[in-house]
Design a binder for this molecule. Structure first.
Ligand SMILES: NC(=O)NCCC(=O)O
Length: 414
């Protein structure tokens, strides 16, 4: 029954795995639950899945018709929410509207590289326009948005996609930043012309006047599954910068950095209020982790997180192996989209589609960050001096783990 359509229109393979990326014909688990449960049960389930923001279910926001028309015409998922904070007597609310874009590539990976890049840029135009028309203040794109995620192949020709931080795609986005008075976070493959033309996985931060505020280079480079990124670029050398923009203090934890709690922590220690996690990750590898890690980081660090994953299955001209004994293959598996927001009070938004391009927008009152710091006191109760002491010991070649052995244990020499 491979390729059959189920009752919801999803294309299934044997075993119920959706070949089209849908979950039994639905865009997301949330949609499936919404359609399958009685309304009062769904309301209760939502409370458990998404948490409560200021004691209430997350609100949605009205979007302008001009933006919803773009989403229908260009067939992208479009959702919008609102995270509130409690009213304070001494501070005004600090409202910011934030957008995340997820997308598939547009042309086959066998097309000329420039055509591939320009086709993605064209595809993004109406989505960025929809964000602009909706009054988004800060917009973040997905990891290496201007190219296929070819780092599974180990082939070096893909390095041709790399650009300096003021290159073509930055210039393309600078026009939108100026037009819509919008900060744009643009994760690209960077070629550093001043340092031997080396390559980095970099997020360029474009200010709302179209200026380049700065850049951050991916700190943690994966060596897992088909993610052979260390063939292309090394661990970043830009630390954990927080960029103070017209709309709030933002930082970027690029993809695999989300598995490293200390990476999240460092952005928090530098004062981030919103951390973006532009990603490229596939279902079989990481999907059970996706709804947990960013949400946990938002809780532990009292900031908002915007998580973005690309969409679709990308196939490459030459097959490659994964070093796991399985047959060689030419595609990476399904990039499962599902971009979403997490808030410091443990609430989160539903996620975008698992298989369609999408724009998710959320209003957030940044006052919530301090309110959660005051409530839970994680910064105050952390024992940084203990951790610092452990790290300085751990880094020594003769480090011995602090283990107290039960004297009753019969130790056999290992
Ligand atoms: N792009 C990237 O770092 N992917 C690694 C896999 C993962 O972190 O899920």
């Amino acid at each position: 029954m491979a390729g059959d359509r189920n009752e919801n229109g999803g294309v299934e393979e044997e075993g119920g795995n959706a070949r089209d990326g849908s979950i039994r014909g639905f865009e997301s688990l949330y949609h499936l639950l919404g359609a399958s449960l009685k309304p009062e049960t769904f309301q209760e389930v939502s409370r458990w899945i998404l948490g409560l923001n200021c004691g209430k279910a997350l609100g949605s926001i009205q979007l302008p018709d001009s933006a919803t028309v773009l989403s229908s015409k260009h067939d992208f998922d479009f959702q919008a929410f609102c995270f509130e904070a409690s009213k304070e007597s001494l501070r005004q609310p600090r409202l910011v509207r934030v957008g995340l874009i997820q997308n598939s590539i547009e042309l086959p990976t066998t097309s000329p590289f420039l055509d591939q890049k320009r086709a993605i840029m064209q595809k993004l135009k109406p989505m960025i326009d929809a964000a602009g028309a909706s009054g988004v203040n800060i917009l973040c794109l997905q990891e290496a948005w201007m190219m296929p995620f070819a780092f599974c192949t180990r082939e070096k020709s893909w390095c041709e996609f790399a650009e300096p931080i003021d290159g073509e795609t930055t210039q393309f986005l600078q026009d939108f930043a100026r037009k819509y008075n919008m900060v744009i976070v643009s994760p690209i493959l960077e070629r550093d012309l001043n340092h031997g033309e080396t390559i980095w996985n970099t997020a360029v931060i474009i200010g709302n006047h179209g200026n380049i505020i700065g850049k951050h280079r991916k700190n943690h480079i994966p060596r897992v599954g088909d993610f052979n990124e260390s063939t292309y670029y090394m661990e970043g050398n830009t630390g954990h910068p927080v960029f103070e923009t017209a709309f709030g203090k933002i930082a970027v934890n690029i993809c695999y950095g989300r598995h490293h709690p200390l990476n999240w922590l460092a952005f928090g220690l530098n004062g981030a209020e919103i951390v973006f996690n532009p990603s490229a990750t596939v279902g079989e590898l990481s999907e059970p982790m996706w709804p947990i890690e960013a949400r946990n980081a938002a809780i532990a660090n009292s900031y908002f997180v915007g998580s973005i994953n690309r969409v679709g299955t990308e196939s490459f001209p030459n097959p490659f192996t994964s070093g796991d004994g399985k047959p060689q293959h030419a595609d990476f598996g399904l990039f499962y989209g599902s971009s979403y927001f997490s808030a410091p009070d443990a609430s989160c938004s539903p996620s975008l589609s698992r298989y369609r391009d999408g724009l998710i927008i959320s209003d957030m009152d940044l006052n919530l960050c301090r309110q959660l710091k005051d409530k839970w006191g994680f910064r105050m109760t952390a024992r940084y001096e203990l951790y610092a002491e452990l790290f300085s010991e751990y880094l020594k070649p003769d480090f011995k783990p602090q283990v107290v052995v039960d004297p009753c244990l019969q130790k056999t020499p290992s």
